[in-house]
Design a protein around this ligand. Structure first.
Ligand code: ADP
Length: 948
């Protein structure tokens, strides 16, 4: 038993298994018992009910057989057949068998008595009654039989039948009773089984609880202890003295705690050791970190120094260099601000953190103070001073600034620049001046480099400027024919050359290829260049002339010079000179000579021809008139031509003077139109005037020339006649005059050159129309001088419109007009001294003046006129500038101005030379340029007289 106990105590699993096995076994036993008892009950029930049923069947059989015997006997008595007889005995045998069988079953006393009576009855029946009865029947003695049978006494068969019926009822009742009993038994048995099961469960619960308690308690104890241990508490572990798993667990736990405690101690000691090592490492790391920081600082410092060195070599721009130097040095030494000033006359400087005013102040006093000391001592030095309010910033306590002044010395130990570096609120460390002086030496080297660069750059720039300024294109080739350098002018000649091509490497064949596209007849040029550049032929002074066709047509003269260095040829210089102008001038000259000679000869031929005719022939007065009018017309044409020519010459030489006065444009247009209307009968000249007076500050004569040229062109180039419309109107800010004709029009290709001098449209329509190509050039010049513009809108064959625009001016119209003036004719007593060298002209002018009512004193020599002038005291002197060889008009004027009595005498200059400016210097405004119409002289005198 002990062994058994031990076996189970050793394992909780076993205990549980045993408990479970026991519980299951008990339940199984109960179940088996219930099954067995149920089977028993049912078996006994079945036995009982079977017996009763069998008994009842036997009773029923007995009563049947008994009844059958009686019935058969009676049948035999009646029929006396063998069959009936046999049947009686078959039935008797069956009755006996049934009686024997029923005796096997337990029977009540009454039953047994009944059975015995039946047995005894039939025994006596067969033994006595039947043979007798048979005998009677067989004897046919039925009477005796009847009597005999009635005397048979008490027949139990009836009782039996009754019993059999009663027994059947009894058996049924018994069966139902037994059924009830069976149910009762089974119910009872089920109740007992449930009770049994409950009992088993209570028992197993009790056992389970005990086992659980045995497991749970020590486990919770262990858990608590483990938790306390985990929480870091030192615990006393109570070992559970048990042989099962809990005991093992408790022991293991105890051992584990012990182990942990011992390990912990070990770990603590290891940890302490590690801690010590870590402290050591920490210290080493800090040391390393400090070293690293120092290294980083050094690296940073070196980087900055490097940047300084780089910046010193990177730029050759002085200002950039200075800025970069001071910026880097301030950064390297960690100062707050600094300035570097050069010791040049213009004191170039750059600063960091210094205002322009502060820098200017330093430069103003550069020869006196800190910089002076640095220049004299050539040593860096330090200064400490109180901070300025600006430097003080938001600090309330007084701050001090330390300044380090460092001279930058050149190779000759002369100061070329000075650096002043400032540190706010800190003093200067000992090593800093030395450090900055080191940098100053580097800076000095950079300055030397800069100086060399600047000098060579100046030289280069000068050479480049010289090359670019000259009007010749210059091209330098090396011995292989590569173009090394060109100047700007050459790039203007050849668009394919790069505009910044001062230094380049253009191979000869590339150059020649490109030249082919832009030069007329390139082969000769290519040959010339190749021969000269590659040295096949020595240079000759003759040069070569070629024509550029793109981008602009140009004529270039080229010559070449070989270049030698120390007697060895190293290249070739080609010089291209633009001779387009000369070429054009030459061309124009010859064109002009032919035009002018044509234009001069034609009218001259008429003048000469008609004059000859008039001289040598007797002509009718009307014919004379006609010839004279032709001569007059041709002379006018000649005058216009010469005037145009002279005007242009003056304009080109810049000698043209403009006498700007308020001029009524409207009156002028009217005058010009009227003049031209007379000359044409096939043109209708219409003036569309918006009636606003257009006043301009202009040279009246020049403006008249403009209008005349345009209107005469309109007439001239409308040979078929037509309408010529002149519109004049004042628009918002300008006066616009349009002269529209319905004539030949101008081809588009002529428009760009239309206003060029000597330009004439050349086509068959107008070959017959004379002209010099100067009119529009003069118009353009005059209009431009009046700040105006001229435009042309034309369609070939349909006509042209020339539009003049002048800026509008607000000038009041003159109160007096020419017409009004003519109303105030002077007195006939006005004396005019006319000094005119040309005899014919003097006669003509005298006649004109006399005809106008003046008294005229005519002189052809200046000297003589002067001598008599004082005595004559003329009211007005009209003088030609070109007099006899010894005295010029100017000398006469000079003398007059010097003579008190004559200096206020009004003078009118009548000359072919337009020297209005010189005249104005003598206070002379009236200047008539020859040839002029004689009437103009009269009008001018009248004007002077009017002014008084
Ligand atoms: P000119 O008339 O003496 O030839 P201009 O300078 O006055 O010289 O004119 C230059 C050219 O312009 C003329 O040759 C003429 O062909 C053209 N031209 C000028 N005005 C007109 C016009 N109104 N209609 C057609 N062509 C004109």
């Amino acid at each position: 038993m002990d062994k058994f106990n031990k076996y189970f105590r050793k394992s909780i699993t076993r205990q549980f298994m045993a408990l479970m096995a026991l519980t299951m076994t008990l339940i199984l036993c109960g179940a088996v018992f219930v099954l067995w008892s149920t089977v028993n009950i049912i078996q006994s029930y079945e036995t009982n009910s079977g017996e009763t049923r069998e008994k009842q069947e036997l009773v029923s059989d007995i009563s049947n057989h008994a009844n059958q015997i009686i019935m058969r006997v009676r049948g035999y008595y009646v029929y006396q057949t063998q069959f009936e007889y046999d049947q009686i005995f078959i039935e008797r045998q069956a009755l006996d068998t049934a009686l024997d069988a029923i005796k096997q079953y337990p029977m009540s006393d009454s039953e047994r008595e009944l059975m015995e009576r039946i047995e005894s009855f039939f025994t006596s029946f067969f033994n006595e009654l039947l043979p007798q009865g048979i005998a009677y029947a067989e004897a046919g003695n039925y009477e005796a039989l009847r009597t005999y049978i009635s005397a048979e006494g008490d027949n139990p068969v009836n009782k039996l039948l009754e019993y059999s019926r009663t027994f059947e009822h009894t058996v049924q009742k018994m069966a139902s009773d037994e059924n009830l009993q069976l149910v009762k038994d089974l119910t009872y048995q089920g109740g007992i089984f449930i009770g049994y099961i409950l009992l088993v469960l209570v028992f197993s619960l009790f056992i389970t609880r005990k086992i659980a308690k045995d497991i749970g308690y020590p486990l919770s104890q262990l858990t608590q202890q483990a938790e306390r241990f985990a929480a870091g508490e030192m615990i006393q572990v109570d070992v559970v003295r048990r042989v099962d798993e809990i005991g093992g667990l408790s022991e293991s736990f105890h051992a584990m705690i012990k182990q942990i405690v011992s390990k912990e101690e070990e770990l603590v000691s290891q940890n302490e050791e590690l801690q010590a090592q870590q402290d050591e490492l920490q210290a080493q790391q800090e040391e390393l970190h400090a070293a690293l920081q120092q290294m980083e600082h050094n690296e940073h410092y070196l980087e900055k120094r490097n940047l300084l060195v780089q910046s010193l070599s990177n730029t050759l721009n002085k200002q950039e260099l200075l800025s970069s130097i001071i910026r880097h040095i301030v950064d390297i030494v960690g100062y707050d601000k600094g300035i570097i000033v050069m010791n040049t006359p213009q004191h170039d400087y750059a600063a960091v953190g210094v205002s322009a005013k502060g820098a200017a102040q330093l430069i103003d006093s550069i020869d006196d103070g800190m910089v002076l000391r640095a220049a004299q001592t050539r040593e860096p030095y330090c200064v400490t001073r109180a901070c300025t309010p600006g430097e003080q910033g938001y600090h309330e306590e007084q701050l001090f600034a330390s300044e380090l002044i460092v001279p930058i010395l050149d190779a000759q130990e002369e100061m070329v620049a000075c650096m002043i570096l400032t540190k706010l609120g800190q003093s200067i460390a000992k090593h800093e001046p030395v450090e900055v002086a080191g940098m100053a030496r580097q800076v000095s080297l950079a300055f030397d480099k800069l100086a060399i660069y600047e000098s060579s750059e100046r030289q280069r720039q000068m050479t480049s400027d010289m090359l670019n300024t000259i009007q010749e294109g210059v091209q330098l080739f090396d011995l292989e024919g590569r173009t090394l350098q060109i100047n700007k002018k050459l790039t203007e000649f050849f668009g394919f050359l790069p505009s910044n091509g001062e230094s380049m490497q253009l191979p000869l064949h590339d150059l020649l290829d490109k030249l082919s596209g832009v030069v007329a007849e390139p082969e000769a040029l290519k040959q010339f260049i190749t021969e000269r550049v590659l040295g096949c032929r020595s240079a000759d002074a003759s040069g070569f002339t070629y024509e550029i066709i793109e981008p602009d047509r140009k004529y270039i003269q080229m010559y070449c010079e070989p270049l030698y260095r120390e007697g060895v040829k190293f290249g070739t210089l080609l010089v291209h000179r633009d001779i387009t102008k000369e070429y054009e001038v030459d061309r124009m000259k010859s064109e002009f000579v032919s035009t002018v000679s044509h234009e001069l000869r034609t009218p001259l031929a008429s003048v000469l021809g008609f004059a000859e005719l008039m001289l040598h022939r007797e002509l009718k007065p009307e014919r004379q008139r006609k010839y004279i009018s032709t001569i007059h017309q041709e002379a006018r044409r000649l005058t216009t031509l010469i005037n145009d020519f002279l005007d242009l010459q003056r304009m080109e030489s810049g000698k043209q003077t403009y006498d700007m006065k308020p001029v009524s444009l409207t009156a002028l247009i009217h005058e010009v139109i009227e003049l031209h209307r007379i000359g044409t009968s096939i043109h209708e000249i219409v003036w569309e005037n918006d009636d606003k007076p257009l006043m301009l500050l202009a040279d009246q004569d020049k403006l008249q020339q403009v209008l005349t040229n345009l209107l005469s062109n309109a007439i001239k180039y409308s040979p078929e006649g037509g309408r010529i419309t002149i519109t004049s109107q004042a628009e918002s800010e300008q006066y616009v005059i349009r002269i529209r004709d319905e004539g030949l029009g101008i081809p588009d290709n002529a428009l760009p050159k239309l206003f060029n001098k000597f330009y004439r449209v050349d086509n068959t329509d107008r070959r017959e129309i004379g002209g010099t190509g100067l009119g529009l050039a003069i118009v353009k010049e005059i209009v431009t001088r009046h700040k105006g513009t001229i435009e042309v809108d034309t369609k070939l064959g349909e006509g042209s419109t020339f539009t003049l625009c002048f800026p509008a001016q607000h000038i009041q119209p003159a109160v007096e007009t020419e017409t009004e003036a003519s109303e105030h004719m002077p007195e006939a007593s006005v004396e005019v001294m006319l000094i005119e060298n040309d005899y014919n002209l003097s006669i003509m002018l005298r006649d004109e003046l006399q005809a106008s009512g003046f008294r005229v004193y005519l002189y052809t020599q200046g000297q003589k006129a002067l001598e008599e002038m004082d005595a004559l005291r003329p009211d007005i002197v009209v003088i030609d500038l070109m007099l006899e060889p010894d005295t010029s008009g100017w000398q006469v004027i000079e003398q007059m101005k010097k003579t008190d009595t004559l200096q206020n005498t009004p003078i009118i200059i009548s000359s072919a030379f337009e020297e209005k400016e010189k005249a104005a210097q003598w206070g002379i405004r009236e200047f008539l340029v020859k040839p002029y119409l004689p009437g103009r002289l009269t009008a001018t005198i009248q004007q002077i007289l009017r002014k008084g």
